[in-house]
Design a protein around this ligand. Structure first.
Ligand code: ADP
Ligand code: MG
Length: 701
């Protein structure tokens, strides 16, 4: 084979062949030589540092020990079948344990020989051992590829190991691959950018990441490859943004009219915060440019995003357009509708609600009013993206609590007019900066970083089960003062019987503690018909019940200012942003509010950290960052649907600085050379030409 390159299928690489190619594809999604070379080590073992057996302790992530294998014995049967060895050096002895590949190991490990052993020491019944250590015969160590001090470790699986593709096997392939295609490797980043950011050239970085000779060079290689990955994502996102503004004309809202002004002067029940004013202004300017607006509004729970949305919609109506607002749940849509209708009064403009439960008859009237243009503002759920819903002239779309909606849904709304409406996306809670820059990197971002004046910070405590009676006592005191209380139970999956049992058991307990007729309890959970849910909600809203027992259906956006206590049961089972959302249901009135996190005694490390974070801070932006650190980007809701986040080496939780640098760089490039037509940016223009836009609105239907 003469012309092997990065795009050559992996089976043509020497030493691979059809069978190995098959497992590489299945287990690691490696289809080409390029994929293999992009399968970077996930960590490195420092081969220069040795531990003595006596120095080992369970806090080490991994350690290398030199010792003699003095014994090897198969123990147990079936499930508990294992191979146990003893390794001894001049300071002591440690046990080595394997549960897999026992037959192979028995044949190949040599009792009495000296090994370099690498693994994570763990403690079991007071005794240290290493499970599944990597074993290297001491004298063969010298002959290793590259003879490195930093030895790469690659992900492998049992299946791969059956084909000799353990970390060493993969390393051998990497070497063959590099030797084979090295001549064909090409730089992807323009030279002037490499120089400005002191980045290693691509071929050098690729060699160094697989076969590092020195720590410095390895770090430089990692830096270069991370930068490259983030840089090209930003290039595509910002190109997308650029194309949108060029390609799509926008409705021009060139006047602030009567409706907006009447509302502002006469109906606004409170002065706007400076942050709200700033964001309304940003939207006003942005909708008056002649280009279509795509904007994300980030704001903490309770920062008053709804009123910003309403004023933006009024701006649209003032300019002769219709507007709509989509919420993720029916409860929330109903609440928005009622709240906004009350704020608007009878005379400012027409507003209606459309959800899955809207009757056929009402729907028919509503459709007609929309098409005739007599209905100005429509509030609703997913129901309003259906094709049947046609507007005479929609100019402004608000999507509340965006993370529940996918890109496709955004696109459907986009197509409700021949010129796409302006889009305002509002997050439920803040999202970390790095996520915002990638997930919403093609949107403009407005931030409401100020809460309305006079809000008292919510006091949060964490109680173990043993303090339950104290918690009940506290509830009684608050109810006696005329306040209301939420109690939320986790329903991770609404179908899980166990969860419902928790809810029912909890409810029984509550009914005993808070008996009728003195106390009245509302119940809302996802399995109830919408009508009943709304009925129960309304009883609570009107103050007819003092306690609301609920699952997380109330998580998003529910607003009952008189409620001052939020009790969260099994709080350790909730994610951070969910806890923060739930807590945000209280603290909406003038009274001091409280959040009580109830948990069992056994907490995981993450669980404890989540609860501690909640107790420590009320700041949603800070909580979002901790959440990202704890969970990693892949688990943050909404990210799964975005291919943008499938990264090979960069990590949004830890690479904030590199991401910011990459984005800044791309912004500068586009500022200087918007069409990327200059010679020095030729590589970038080529790159974009070979790829379809990241989110192609035209193609989504
Ligand atoms: P979120 O940003 O979480 O959607 P909302 O828009 O629901 O917040 O607002 C939370 C509460 O704060 C509502 O009761 C709303 O009427 C009130 N509010 C909004 N803006 C202000 C303000 N500038 N001053 C006082 N209260 C406000
Ligand atoms: Mg809201």
């Amino acid at each position: 084979m003469a012309d092997l390159s990065l795009i050559t299928p992996i089976e043509y690489l020497k030493g691979v062949g059809p069978q190995k190619a098959d497992v590489l594809k299945k287990e690691l999604q490696i289809f080409t030589i390029g994929d293999l070379l992009q399968n970077y080590p996930f960590r490195y073992i420092d081969r220069t540092k040795f531990y003595k057996v006596q120095q080992l302790h369970p806090d080490l992530v991994g350690a290398q020990v030199l010792g003699r294998l003095i014994n090897l014995q198969e123990l147990g049967e079936k499930r508990s079948r294992r191979l146990v060895g003893q390794l001894r050096d001049d300071t002591g002895m440690i046990e080595l344990v394997w549960f897999q590949s026992i037959t192979w190991l028995k044949k190949n490990l040599k009792i009495g020989s000296v090994y370099i052993v690498y693994g994570k020491p763990t403690e079991f019944n007071g005794q240290l051992s290493i499970t599944h250590p990597e074993m290297d015969l001491y004298n063969s160590h010298e002959k290793k590829v590259g003879n490195m001090s930093m030895q790469p470790v690659y992900s492998s699986t049992e299946k791969l190991k059956k084909f000799n593709l353990d970390t060493k096997g993969i390393q051998r392939l990497q070497q063959t691959a590099l030797e084979t295609v090295f001549r064909t490797l090409q730089e992807s980043i323009p030279n002037y950018i490499l120089e400005r950011h002191r980045l290693l050239p691509y071929p050098q970085a690729l060699v160094a990441i697989h076969f590092p000779q020195q720590v410095n060079e390895l770090n430089a290689a990692i830096q270069r490859l991370k930068f490259e990955e983030l840089f090209f994502i930003q290039l595509r996102l910002l190109r997308n943004k650029q194309l949108n503004t060029q390609r799509y004309k926008g409705h021009r809202f060139d006047q602030v009219g009567d409706k907006f002004n009447t509302f502002f002067a006469e109906r606004l029940p409170f002065p706007l915060t400076n942050a709200q004013k700033r964001v309304v202004k940003e939207i006003r300017l942005d909708t008056n440019t002649g280009a279509q607006m795509n904007r994300l509004v980030q704001g903490d729970v309770g920062s008053g995003k709804t009123i910003v949305a309403l004023m933006s919609m009024l701006l649209a109506v003032d300019n002769g357009y219709q507007a709509c607002m989509m919420a993720p749940t029916e409860i929330l849509a109903i609440q928005h509708y009622k709240g906004l209708k009350e704020l608007l009064g009878e005379d400012i403009c027409t507003i209606k609600l459309l959800t899955g439960s809207t009757s056929v008859k009402e729907r028919r009237i509503l459709h007609q009013e929309l098409e005739e243009g007599t209905l100005d503002i429509l509030i609703g759920t997913h129901a309003l993206i259906e094709d049947k819903v046609k507007f005479k002239n929609i100019g402004f779309v608000v999507i509340d609590e965006q993370h529940r909606f996918g890109v496709e849904q955004r696109a459907k709304l986009w197509r409700k007019n021949s010129i796409p409406p302006h889009m305002l996306v509002m997050t439920a809670t803040p999202i970390p900066r790095t996520l915002a820059m990638t997930l919403y990197g093609d949107l403009d971002i407005s931030i409401i970083d100020e809460l309305p004046a006079g809000r008292k910070p919510i006091k949060t405590v964490h109680f173990f089960e043993s303090s339950r009676l104290r918690m009940f006592g506290f509830m009684r005191d608050e109810i006696a003062k005329g306040r209301q209380v939420y109690i939320v139970f986790p329903l991770i999956k609404e179908s899980e019987k166990l969860d419902l049992l928790y809810l029912e058991a909890g409810l029984e307990n509550l009914q005993r503690e808070f008996p009728l007729p003195q106390y009245k309890i509302s119940i809302v959970h996802g399995k109830m018909p919408v009508k009943d849910k709304d009925f129960e909600m309304q009883r609570f809203v009107k103050g007819e019940t003092q306690i609301m027992v609920a699952t997380t259906v109330i998580e998003v956006g529910v607003n009952v200012p008189n409620a001052s206590v939020m009790v969260i049961e099994n709080a350790e089972r909730f994610g951070l942003s969910q806890l923060h959302q739930l807590r945000g249901r209280v603290g909406r009135g003038a009274e001091q509010s409280y959040c009580i996190l109830m948990s069992g005694n056994k907490l995981s490390k993450d669980g404890r950290q989540r609860l501690e974070t909640m107790v420590r801070t009320n700041d949603g932006f800070e909580i979002a960052e901790v959440d990202l650190q704890l969970r990693g980007p892949g688990d943050i809701s909404g990210t799964q649907q975005s291919g943008v986040l499938e990264m090979k080496i960069a990590n949004l939780a830890s690479d904030q600085a590199i991401l910011a640098e990459a984005r800044e760089t791309v912004i500068e490039i586009f500022k200087e050379d918007p069409s990327l037509s200059s010679e020095k940016n030729r590589l970038l223009a080529n790159y974009l030409n070979q790829r379809s836009p990241l989110f192609n609105w035209d193609k989504i239907s």
